[in-house]
Design a protein around this ligand. Structure first.
Ligand SMILES: Cc1ncc(COP(=O)(O)O)c(C=O)c1O
Length: 385
């Protein structure tokens, strides 16, 4: 095997993005202008019928906005999947509500059979994540939510291109968020998108995202004149960021195709390896994976060797990550606040402690996938013999 340097993630920035930013800089409107509006329209069109999109300064900001604008707060409980980025849970905590964590299935997505048992009279919502871009069982989650009158917030940070039964992730629940952090499918530097099927709710969020003022700069008939009927924050995405996002979105089909091809090549290369499980729900029940990464879970004799496998892969130039390094209830903040019972989270713990995320981004090609597969097979074989 020749020497290679394979980063886990690398933003794919072209001259199109650079020129778009320069064009915004040459104009008069740097924020909250035509680029942000066009990005919202184009993103909603990409997602499909019924989507209303609102640009946000980050995925976290969009999550905060969702819980805040649903009026969820002190005294309320939200059922949250244990295996996710801390943002999914932090958004619940910052509005003063309580996270009630439930374990995931072996594939990392929330286990719907555990949701119902966690519901109490205080439960107001369910916060799910489409884990690594693999769609959750949304029909099951929505059936429970409807039975109990709960809101559903979909964290789609890694789920651009994720579909279930022909519908894009984020269009099942009441609100959804996307992230444009640099290693995501598309980037704006930092940035995010709030999406809802409910137009009125999206309009309310759009106002709350800009101080709660009743009319934006371009809607004012008398310059400088506006009123403020509600509370609000400044969670806007600038036109500079939005212009980058629009150019990235133009390439989304290519980005998703490359990820799919890389994922398939790597999965095939790992097919013969013992004690490795590839997390992938693609194809099952009309599920389409967005292929954020390819996560392998090490079992049997490899179970305790995750960090050693990572060390050796990194030494051979293969960038890796772990999604996520702890079940959220095991993180220091949450353990300090709520009693932590590891026996409640066997699946989330298995993924946190025994998995490795391998890169499949559009910056890589099939020779990289062969190199990664050969490296993984070679290293794990030596450690398990
Ligand atoms: C699942 C998930 N949700 C939310 C976020 C937060 O998004 P942002 O970094 O745009 O605030 C991330 C990571 O960045 C994530 O992985």
């Amino acid at each position: 095997m020749g020497e290679r340097k394979i980063p886990f993630g690398k933003p794919w920035i072209t001259d199109a993005e650079r020129e778009a930013v320069l064009a915004v800089l040459a104009g008069d409107v740097l924020t909250h202008g035509p680029q942000a509006k066009a990005f919202e329209t184009e993103f909603a069109a990409f997602m499909g019928a019924g989507a209303h999109a609102v640009t946000m300064s980050s995925g976290m900001a969009a999550l905060h906005m969702a819980y805040w604008q649903f009026g969820i707060g002190p005294g309320d409980e939200v059922i949250v999947t244990a295996q996710t980025h801390v943002a999914t849970a932090h958004a619940v905590e910052v509005v003063g509500a309580k996270c009630v964590f439930v374990d995931c299935q072996p594939d990392g997505n929330i286990d719907p059979t555990l949701i119902e048992a966690a519901i109490t009279p205080k439960t107001r919502a369910i916060g799910i994540v489409h884990f690594l871009g693999m769609p959750c069982d949304m029909p099951a989650v929505m059936a429970i939510a409807q039975r109990h009158g709960l809101k559903v917030i979909e964290d789609c940070a890694l789920a651009i291109g994720t579909r279930l039964q022909g519908r894009h992730a984020g269009l099942f629940g009441d609100a959804a968020i996307f992230s444009f952090y640099p290693v995501k499918h598309i980037t704006t530097g930092d940035g995010g998108m709030f999406v809802s099927r409910h137009k009125d709710f999206a309009d309310t969020v759009a106002k709350a995202r800009a101080f709660g003022v009743d009319r934006s700069f371009s809607e004012r008939t008398v310059p400088g004149m506006y009123d403020v009927p509600t509370l609000g924050l400044n969670y806007r995405l600038s036109d500079l960021n939005s212009a980058i996002g629009r150019k990235q979105l133009e390439r989304i089909a290519t980005i998703l195709d490359r990820r799919r091809a890389n994922f398939a090549a790597l999965k095939a290369g790992l097919a013969g390896a013992a004690h490795l499980t590839v997390l992938d729900s693609d194809g099952a029940n009309g599920a389409i994976n967005s292929h954020y990464c390819l996560t392998v879970v090490l079992d049997g004799p490899l179970a305790g060797h995750r960090n050693e496998v990572v060390r050796q892969l990194n030494a051979q130039g293969v960038g890796t990550s772990v999604y996520y390094p702890h079940p959220v209830p095991r993180l220091a903040y949450y353990q300090g606040k709520y009693p932590y019972d590891p026996a409640k989270f066997p699946q989330a713990s298995r993924i946190s402690d025994q998995s490795i995320a391998l890169p499949v981004g559009p910056h890589l090609e099939s020779a990289d996938m062969n190199y990664i597969a050969e490296s993984v097979v070679h290293i794990t074989r030596a450690l398990s013999s």
